[in-house]
Design a protein around this ligand. Structure first.
Ligand SMILES: [Zn+2]
Ligand SMILES: [Zn+2]
Length: 139
């Protein structure tokens, strides 16, 4: 009996992200916090990734160093939606709760959660903190 390798079906890749609601091509996306289960599997994946990196590391080299493990408040998942099932731009600019069901036909163009407030972008210290002194006659 031979053990010839069997052909493996190649998964068909779509040409990009698709709408979470209807599966059409996605045109918009926003961020949502991970639900407990999603976060748990994200953590498991990260642990696995680190364990593998340690296994594969060159023993002549120092052990690979990793940062702290991901925290629920620093992780988000991207939600995609098509042109018909998009939420508002304003809403899409914010991070949604883990429980958010958007895009959900009942709530569009809104959603059923109160998204987190947008954190203001960090001011560029190189620009804002330098007191510029102009030469006489330039002000
Ligand atoms: Zn859709
Ligand atoms: Zn939401």
């Amino acid at each position: 009996m031979t053990t010839a390798p069997q052909p493996v079906a190649v998964p068909s890749f779509s040409s990009g992200p698709t709408c979470r609601l209807c599966g059409q091509r996605a045109v918009v996306s926003w961020q949502r916090r991970l639900a407990d289960k999603e976060f748990a599997s994200h953590l498991a994946w990260e642990r696995d990734r680190r364990a593998r990196a340690v296994q594969l590391a060159d023993p002549q080299m120092p052990e690979p160093a990793f940062g702290p493990m991901p925290q629920p408040e620093t992780c988000t998942i991207t939600v995609f939606a098509c042109v018909e099932h998009a939420i508002t731009l304003d809403s899409a600019a914010r991070v949604h709760r883990a429980t958010c069901t958007a895009p959900s036909a009942n709530d569009l163009p809104g959603c059923d959660c109160e998204p987190e407030p947008v954190s203001p972008p960090d001011p560029d210290p190189a620009v804002s903190d330098v007191g510029v002194v102009l030469p006489p006659g330039w002000s």
